[in-house]
Design a protein around this ligand. Structure first.
Ligand SMILES: [Zn+2]
Length: 99
């Protein structure tokens, strides 16, 4: 749902709209910038009361980032473990304890 109240200030990549705007950094609605995203310290609104933008993410929204994060973490940790054991001669127990 696009608001007629204010122009969208983000940018689009494919079908995904990314709102890297100053209003987003100030925790305001990324579409209209009129209302705050949170009602308290940990309570986020379900939708913007001004423009109606739905803040809820669909199931699986974070699955791609979780998969990439897991892969990068596993490769990085394995590489650092191998560096400790095979380059610096650290014992396996000490390397496992460190990681
Ligand atoms: Zn809004």
């Amino acid at each position: 749902m696009r608001s007629e109240h204010a122009p969208h200030r983000g940018f689009s990549v494919g079908i995904t709209t990314i709102s890297a705007t100053p209003s987003g950094l100030r925790l305001l609605c990324p579409r209209c910038g009129q209302r705050r995203l949170f009602t308290g310290w940990f309570a986020m609104r379900a939708a913007c009361p001004h423009c109606g933008l739905d803040f809820k993410r669909e199931p699986g929204f974070y699955l791609g980032s979780i998969s990439i994060n897991y892969g990068v973490t596993a490769l990085g940790t394995g590489a650092l473990y191998a560096l400790l054991v095979f380059v610096f001669g650290t014992s396996h127990e000490a390397a496992l304890t460190a990681w």
